[in-house]
Design a protein around this ligand. Structure first.
Ligand SMILES: *Cc1c(COP(=O)(O)O)cnc(C)c1O
Length: 430
C-alpha cells in the first residue's frame, strides 16, 4: 500500500515513510492510495476470531509487507491488551468503553500502535528518534505511555505549567525511562509554537525529530479496530448498527468510516460535537466555514477546524450527497451535555463522561428521527475520573479512582522547567 498526500504536491510513499514523517513534505495529510475491502468470509467468521486476530486482518492491507506477519501480530496484540466493554444503556443503545487502557482515554490504542510501529522501523538504526509533542492534556499522556520503554525512541513532552489537570500532569511526569516532561512557563499555544519552530530549525538537523500528532496514519488507522470490535460483539443481534462518535479532530470517526468502506456493515455514522460545530454546520449548509475554538466541558473536542475532516471528504470524493447518506452531525451545549449525564445516570446508573454524553445526545436524536429498527452505539472516549469536577458536580456523587490511576497518582512528579525556545533547543542538543 502506498500513501499519497492530500495536498497532491509530493511523491507517493510507503507506510513506513508516512509513519516516520507524520505529515507529507507538502504539509498534506497522508491517505492510502486505495481502500482495501475485506472478503465476505471475514465477516462470516468474525465471531470466531480473537480481537487481535481480527485486528491483524483489518490493518494488514494498510501496512503491506513493511512489517512482517509475526511482528505485526505482536504489535496489534500488545496494542489491544485491555478490555473494550459494551454497556447496554437502553434496549437499543449501548456505550462502547474505549477508556480501559493505561491512560484512561481512547487515544491509548492509536498511541500504542504508533509507538510500536515507529520503534520497529527504527530498530537497528544507529540514531535514536526523538518524538516531540506539545500537549494541552490528554494526548501527551497517551503518547508518553504508548512509547514508554520503546527502544530507539525518546519522547519529549511540552506542557503548559499549571494549565493541565493534576491527573494529567502526573500521567506526563511520573513515567521516567525514555520519557521527559518539559514544563513550559506559558500556555499551550507557546508549547505548540516551540514544537513547530523545532521542526523547521536546521540547526537541529543532528536530532532526528518526529511528531506523534493524531494525523499520523499509525495513530489514525488503528482506531478502526473499535468499530470491528463492537460489530463482532453485536452481530448476533441482527440489527442495523449506527455509531455516534464524540468528535473533535474527527480522526476517530474517520477511521470508523474507513472500516465501513472496507465492508464493515455499519448503517450510519453520527458526528456528535460540542458547540465547536464546523462539521454539523457543513452537513446542514454545504459550506465549510470553520470558526475559532470555543472552550467547553468536553474539552478534548474543542477544535474549531478539525484536521481529519479532509480525509472524510476524500473518502466520499467531496460528494456532499454521498457523505450525508452515511454521516449526520449534531452539536450540543454544555447545559445539554450535563443534562445528558444525568439522563444516562437515571437510565442505568451509568456514569458517563462529558464526551460520551455528547455522543449519547447525537445518537438519541438520530434514533428519534429514524423509525427503523436500529441499534445504536455511542463511544465512551474517556473515563469519567478524567473530568471529575464536572461529573461529580453534575451527578452529585463520588467517582471511585481506578487502581491503575492510584499508582500513577502516588508517584513523584519529575519535570524540567523551560522558559523559551532557547531552553528547548539546548535541551534537545544536549
Ligand atoms: C481526542 C478525544 C476526542 C476526539 O477525538 P477525535 O478523533 O479528535 O475526533 C473525544 N473524546 C476524548 C476524551 C478525546 O480525548
Amino acid at each position: 500500500m502506498k500513501y499519497f498526500s492530500l495536498n497532491h504536491n509530493t511523491k507517493n510513499t510507503s507506510f513506513r515513510d508516512a509513519v516516520i514523517r507524520g505529515l507529507a513534505p507538502d504539509r498534506g495529510l497522508y491517505f492510502p492510495e486505495k481502500i482495501p475491502t475485506l472478503p465476505k468470509r471475514f465477516f462470516d467468521r468474525i465471531e470466531g476470531m480473537s480481537i487481535p486476530q481480527m485486528a491483524y486482518k483489518v490493518i494488514k492491507p494498510f501496512v503491506g509487507k513493511q512489517i512482517n506477519k509475526k511482528k505485526l501480530k505482536e504489535i496489534v496484540t500488545e496494542t489491544l491488551d485491555f478490555e473494550f466493554p459494551l454497556i447496554e444503556i437502553t434496549d437499543n443503545i449501548a456505550a462502547l468503553e474505549l477508556f480501559q487502557g493505561p491512560t484512561l482515554a481512547f487515544k491509548d490504542v492509536g498511541a500504542r500502535f504508533m509507538a510500536r510501529a515507529l520503534g520497529h522501523f527504527n530498530k537497528g538504526a544507529n540514531k535514536k528518534i526523538t518524538v516531540l509533542v506539545a500537549t494541552s492534556g490528554d494526548t501527551g499522556g497517551a503518547v508518553a505511555n504508548g512509547f514508554l520503554g520503546v527502544e530507539g525512541v525518546n519522547v519529549v513532552i511540552l506542557y503548559p505549567k499549571g494549565k493541565v489537570s493534576d491527573i494529567q500532569e502526573k500521567q506526563l511526569t511520573t513515567l521516567g525511562q525514555n520519557i521527559t516532561a518539559l514544563e513550559v512557563d506559558g500556555v499551550f499555544d507557546d508549547c505548540q509554537e516551540m514544537v513547530k519552530t523545532a521542526f523547521l530549525d536546521n540547526s537541529l538537523a543532528s536530532v532526528q525529530l518526529t511528531s506523534a500528532n493524531s494525523i499520523n496514519v499509525a495513530r489514525w488507522l488503528p482506531q478502526m479496530f473499535y468499530y470491528f470490535i463492537a460489530y463482532r460483539a453485536l452481530k448476533h443481534k441482527n440489527k442495523k448498527l449506527v455509531f455516534s462518535v464524540p468528535s473533535g479532530n474527527f480522526g476517530n470517526i474517520c477511521a470508523g468510516i474507513m472500516g465501513q468502506q472496507m465492508g464493515l456493515p455499519i448503517a450510519h455514522f453520527i458526528a456528535s460535537t460540542n458547540v465547536n460545530d464546523s462539521v454539523p454546520r457543513y452537513l446542514d449548509t454545504g459550506s465549510y466555514d470553520p470558526m475559532p475554538t470555543v472552550q467547553t466541558i468536553s474539552n478534548a473536542m474543542d477544535v474549531g477546524n478539525p484536521s481529519n475532516f479532509i480525509r472524510i471528504q476524500k473518502i466520499f470524493n467531496n460528494d456532499l450527497f454521498r457523505m450525508k447518506k452515511n454521516l449526520s452531525g449534531y452539536a450540543y451545549t454544555d447545559d445539554q451535555t450535563k443534562k445528558a449525564l444525568k439522563e444516562i445516570y437515571a437510565e442505568k446508573k451509568y456514569v458517563a463522561d462529558p464526551h460520551g454524553a455528547v455522543g449519547y445526545l447525537g445518537l438519541k436524536e438520530y434514533l428519534h428521527q429514524h423509525a427503523e429498527d436500529l441499534y445504536g452505539v455511542f463511544l465512551e472516549t474517556a473515563h469519567p475520573i478524567k473530568f471529575i469536577d464536572t461529573v461529580e458536580k453534575t451527578l452529585k456523587l463520588k467517582v471511585p479512582v481506578p487502581e491503575r490511576l492510584k499508582e500513577t497518582l502516588s508517584k513523584e512528579k519529575e519535570s524540567i522547567s523551560i522558559r523559551d525556545y532557547r531552553d528547548l533547543k539546548s535541551y534537545l542538543l544536549d
